[in-house]
Design a protein around this ligand. Sequence first.
Ligand code: TYD
Length: 206
Amino acid sequence: MTGLFVTFEGGDGVGKSTQAALLEDWLRAQGRDVVRTREPGGTDVGQRVREIVLHHRGHIDARAEALLYAADRAHHVATVVRPAIARGDVVIQDRYLDSSVAYQGAGRVLDPQQVRDLSLWAVDGLLPDVTVLLDLDETSARRRLDADDKPFDRLEAEQAEFHARVRTAFLTLADAEPARFLVVDASLPVDEIAALVRARVADRLG
Ligand code: TYD
């Protein structure tokens, strides 16, 4: 069997992990081996990076932040993602380089193309076969986050305007690569979204 690399992207609180779990269940029921993982924090090294980027108190320079995410990604792709794809597994991943472009590029002050190039260098050019963008307007996204009683991490605590820029950045990325992206309205019922995702993945699996 040939491996497949599927990523889920979108703002905070759009339901990426729910959809990743449903896709995993369905693929396992089809007899596929699945590796479910995430960035930042998909490795032991990545866990330490995750602690810094999400929970460090105080300012982190924008370029330093971009490099930290890229470092996490480099190690994760080299030690987890590429070996899994090579074995013929399906990798289902919460967030990948599009998150860096959207958050560090559009959300911050960095040039999105440079951020993308940095990540592409970090992973030696590996792009997903399918990227599901769960798109949700900021007000609904904020409502979902507020309903959750976990404390906000550094990025979740950013202002509404920041999240609006992130959303626009994701949609721009999806427009630029329609063959890779599946854009789904995240306010649809969970089962409907799952069916759309399954259809795209089944199509790519052949
Ligand atoms: P996470 O707890 O994984 O949240 P979520 O459930 O929203 O995916 O937190 C990841 C946070 O890190 C999220 O706010 C987006 C941010 N992030 C970046 O800014 N750049 C990146 O490259 C990645 C992978 C994540």
